[in-house]
Design a protein around this ligand. Structure first.
Ligand code: NAP
Length: 308
């Protein structure tokens, strides 16, 4: 019998499920399918039907414009090597019903969601030693079912998973890296997730609160940006993550002035926000560690009030 460790050499013939073939999931599904892997997208009836008929069309200045054929199901029924999870937080619980633990077996479960709390949710539902959280730095948008526009001049994945054997992470990183995104394995899951959170939370909360792109936020709301960066860094440090507020501010200053956060784009489109997964999680972690976060608290409350 073939074991997963043998299969995870991924000699061009791995089988990967993608739960939520949207901006992130669709890009990864398209790239993996183009690289010769068997890709099974898990989606609702309509999206699954569209993917079966038309495949996934990717437009990308980095990876080219291409269409890749994928399979599509409404529930995982096939034995896979890995299942990538790329739904939004707001859809996570419902979407996981499409991945019964018995069907997942010992396949890796790799969430690409922003935030820091979902790995615990997944480990409560699936085997601890298969949950391998990833962080992705990219801008990619699902403009229609199966139609993906990759807009950023980069796509970078950090794979972690404190409970997962390192060689399994390395094997998956090799597959992802060969298919497209620059991929590395990081030794510390908490550090990986909080590094992303530390950058994302101040940027997402402020651009969404004021409906302004990053360039205006960093000039017109500099004081709040600085306070949020410092608060987030303090929470990250308390949780065992990195904390470098000076570097975080310098990174914002280096971004193009017109940059928008995905939370801001969701607000503009009238979609549900990942506010609880980002702002809410930050407040819960601050509370747990006794870190004062007055500016974050006010902004999250204002954003919540604006949604009702
Ligand atoms: N997009 C980015 O550039 C980016 C960058 C970094 C991190 N992230 C993070 O990555 C995660 C995914 O974001 P995204 O932008 O890729 O979201 P997205 O474009 O909205 O895609 C989400 C996908 O999930 C699907 N979905 C929703 N409910 C489902 C369910 N019950 N069962 C199966 N599929 C379901 C949607 O299906 P339909 O197509 O049928 O609507 C959609 O294809 C988020 O946590 C986000 O913060 C995104």
């Amino acid at each position: 019998m073939t074991t997963h460790d043998e299969k995870l050499t991924y000699d061009g013939g791995s089988t990967v499920a993608v739960l939520g073939p949207g901006g992130i999931g669709g890009l990864l599904a398209g790239l993996l399918a183009r690289a010769g892997h068997r890709v099974i997208c898990l989606a609702g009836d309509e999206t699954a039907a569209a993917l079966r008929t038309r495949g996934i069309r990717v437009r990308s200045a980095v990876f080219g414009d291409f269409t890749a054929q994928v399979e599509a199901e409404t529930e995982l029924r096939t034995r896979v090597d890995a299942c990538l999870v790329a739904v939004k937080h707001t859809a996570l619980d419902a979407a996981l019903d499409r991945v019964p633990p018995a069907a997942l077996g010992d396949a890796l479960l790799v969430p690409f969601l922003n935030g820091v709390e979902h790995p615990a949710t997944l480990r409560a539902r699936y085997r601890e030693d298969v949950v391998a959280p990833a962080v992705i730095r990219v801008e990619s948008t699902r403009v229609a079912p199966g139609e993906i526009v990759h807009g950023s001049p980069f796509a970078e994945v950090d794979l972690a998973g404190d409970t997962v054997p390192r060689e399994r992470l390395e094997a998956l990183a090799a597959v992802l890296g060969a298919a497209g995104p620059t991929t590395r394995v990081l030794p510390d899951e908490t550090a990986a997730l909080w590094a992303k959170m530390s950058f994302l939370a101040p940027f997402a909360l402020l651009t969404t609160r004021y409906g302004l792109p990053l360039g205006d936020v960093r000039t017109r709301h500099r004081e709040e940006l600085t306070a949020l960066v410092e608060e987030t860094a303090a929470v990250s440090r308390a949780c065992g993550g990195p904390a470098d507020p000076v570097q975080a501010l310098a990174r914002y200053d280096a971004f193009p002035a017109g940059t928008k956060s995905s939370m801001q784009r969701d607000a503009e489109a009238g979609h549900r926000l990942e506010l609880d997964a980002i702002g809410g999680a930050l407040l819960r972690a601050a509370d747990q560690h006794g870190v004062p976060v007055p500016v974050t608290t006010r902004l999250v409350a204002e954003l919540e009030a604006a949604r009702h």
